[in-house]
Design a binder for this molecule. Sequence first.
Ligand code: ADP
Length: 402
Amino acid sequence: MQVLVLNSGSSSIKYRLFLGDGAEVASGLVERIGEATGRATHRTLAPDGTAEETVEEEPVADHEDGFARIVAALEAAGRADDLDAIGHRVVHGGAEFVAPTPIDDAVIDRIRAQVPLAPLHNPANLTGIEVATRLRPDLPQVAVFDTAFHGTLPPHAYRYAVPAAWEHEHGVRRYGFHGTSHAFVARRAAGFLGRPLEDLKLITLHLGNGASVTAIDGGASVETSMGLSPLEGLVMGTRSGDIDPAVIFHIQRVAGLSPDEVERALNREGGLLGLCGDNDLRTIEARAADGDEQAEIALEVYAHRIRKYLGAYAAVLGGLDAVVFTAGVGENAASVRARICRDLEVLGVEVEPRRNGAAAVGEADEGVVAIQADGSRVAVLVVATDEEREIAEQTRVALAGA
Ligand code: ADP
C-alpha cells in the first residue's frame, strides 16, 4: 500500500511518500503558504539512493494551492496514480482518539471539537485534512494523533489535582505528545536489544525543538512529561516546560501582560531562548565552548530538568532496562547526552564516552547505536526517529482493520 504522509502546519505542508515495502520515493515541503513569497521543494528518491530536487519559488495562495502543488509534483514523478492512502499527522486527539482513525465527516467534526484543547496546532492539521479529502475523495485517509500512544496513561499520571469539573467540563488533564516518535523508537530499541517490548522498562527522550520524555512499561506509555499541551515538562528550544503556575498570574499582574501574551512568551520566548538568547543547540554549545556563561547555564538547566525526570521515571517504572535518546538534539548532541548521563550510576546508567562521541546514528544499521559502558546495568541507546514512517505504518494498520 502506497501511503502519502502529510504534516500540515499553519504556513507549511510537509509530505513524504512511502511504498508498501517501506521504501521512501518522494518527499517535500511547501512553505510560506499565504505569504508574499512562497516556496515548494520536491525531492524524488531513486532505489539507488540518488535524489533529485526541484525548487519552485512563487507565492502559494493557501493550503489548497499547496496540496495541489504536491499532487502535481507526484504526477510529474509518475507517482500520483498509484497512491493508496493518505496519513495525516494530528497533534491533539484529546481523550477520544487513542488509535489511528480512518477519516470521515464525523471524524472531522470530532477533531474540530478538540480545537479548544490545541488552538495552536489542530486548526492547521484540520485544514490539511479538509483540503486533501476534498481534492482526493477517492483515497482513504487516516488521522494519526501525537497524543494517541499516551492513551494508556493511568489516572494517577494523567489527572491534575484541580477541581474535578475542569476535567469533566473542559478536558483539563494530561494527554502527552510526540507519541508517534516515542512508540517508534521504543520498538526500534526492543528490536536492537533483541527482547520483546512487553518485557522492557524504557525511558525515551525525544529532544528536538520540542522535547518530551516518556516512561514505557511493557510497550505502554505510563507517564510522560507533556500535559494538556506541549508546554509542560522539559526545557525546550523556546518553551519553558515546567514552571510554578503562579508565575503566570504574577507576571500578568506586575508586567501588565494579557493571558495571550503570557502564553505566547512561554511558548515562543522561553526555554533555551529565554535562558540564553539562542534556541539552536549547536549555537549554544559553541558559545558554551567559548566560555559564555549564559550558554553554559542554559545547558545545565536543560540537562538538570531531564535528569530530574530520569530519576522520577525510574521510580515510576520500578526498574529500568534502557534509556533512549532521539530527535535532533538526542541523536546528534553527544555533549548534551554526556551532561545528562554523568554520575547516574545510582540508576544503573553508565555511558562510555568514546562510544557516545562516535555515535553516528544516521549511518547505523536500523538507525540504532548503543553508547553504554560495558558494565552498565542499563542500556543507553541513540535511535533515529522517523515520525512520518510511523504515520505511514499506522495508516496501513488502521486501514487493514477498517
Ligand atoms: P523538531 O522538533 O522541529 O522536529 P528536530 O528534531 O529536528 O526538531 O531538532 C532540532 C534541534 O536539534 C535544534 O535545536 C538543533 O540545534 C538540534 N540539532 C540538530 N543537529 C544537531 C547537532 N549536530 N548537534 C547539536 N544539536 C543539533
